[in-house]
Design a protein around this ligand. Structure first.
Ligand code: PLP
Length: 216
């Protein structure tokens, strides 16, 4: 695996308005530095402890994204430094992030995870829930977080028609909400196996791991 080459390759293939998050979970710091030295600054991790350890050890101008399911009792470990939390899947979690951010005197950008896949195991809000929440008074009370967009994961299948339809559904919701909520700018969808389809369907941020760093 030539990490630097993989990054360059990807960067040359994706449109300028699409941000690449290099998903470095389970990979050693040496691999992250290889990507860093080829210009990559945004990295995604899905485990709190691993994310905190890597933040400590690696250059401070890296932008760290939390991309996995986040437990409420672990928010405090990443609140001081994380720049974007992709998988916010409940109001209670948002409440906790808001509290911890306040303690750290900063604002954290968040993406609300929308359930688009067929699998029961994927976390997230429904379209209705997210619409209601963004219109609620409760949402306005969260002063220390900024909801900047939506995130979703398609069904893990080789049936591209299905994946396209799920990404399309999410993009339609995103465009719809954007009309009313001008802070929504980011649509995080697409991974190694489906990022091309995701970009065709309007993704502005892709989370790519194995295609950069090799299999896990
Ligand atoms: C692991 C992971 C990715 C990256 O997966 P690849 O298939 O290796 O590109 C993207 N998003 C989330 C939420 C992940 O957990």
């Amino acid at each position: 695996m030539n990490v630097a080459e993989n990054i360059k390759n990807l960067q040359s293939k994706i449109p300028e308005n699409v941000t690449l998050v290099a998903v470095s979970k389970t990979k050693p710091n040496s691999a992250i530095l290889e990507a860093y030295n080829s210009g990559q600054r945004i990295f995604g991790e899905n485990k709190v402890q691993e994310l905190a350890d890597k933040y400590e050890a690696l250059p401070k101008d890296i932008e760290w994204h939390m991309i996995g399911h986040l437990q409420r009792n672990k928010v405090k470990y990443i609140a001081p430094f994380v720049s974007l939390i992709h998988g916010v899947d409940s109001i209670k979690l948002l409440q906790e992030i808001n509290k911890r951010t306040n303690q750290n005197n900063r604002t954290i950008d968040c993406l609300l995870q929308i359930h688009i896949a067929e699998e029961e195991t994927k976390f997230g809000f429904s379209a209705e829930e997210v619409k209601d929440f963004l219109d609620s008074d409760q949402f306005k009370t969260f002063q220390n977080i900024k909801v900047v967009g939506l995130m979703g994961m398609a069904t893990n299948t080789t049936d591209s028609t299905k994946v396209i339809s799920e990404f399309g559904t999410l993009n339609t919701l995103f465009m719809d909400l954007k009309q009313k909520h001008s802070d929504l700018k980011t649509l995080s969808m697409g991974m190694s196996g489906d990022y091309e389809l995701a970009i065709e369907q309007g993704s502005t941020m892709i989370r790519v791991g194995s295609r950069i760093f090799g299999g896990r």
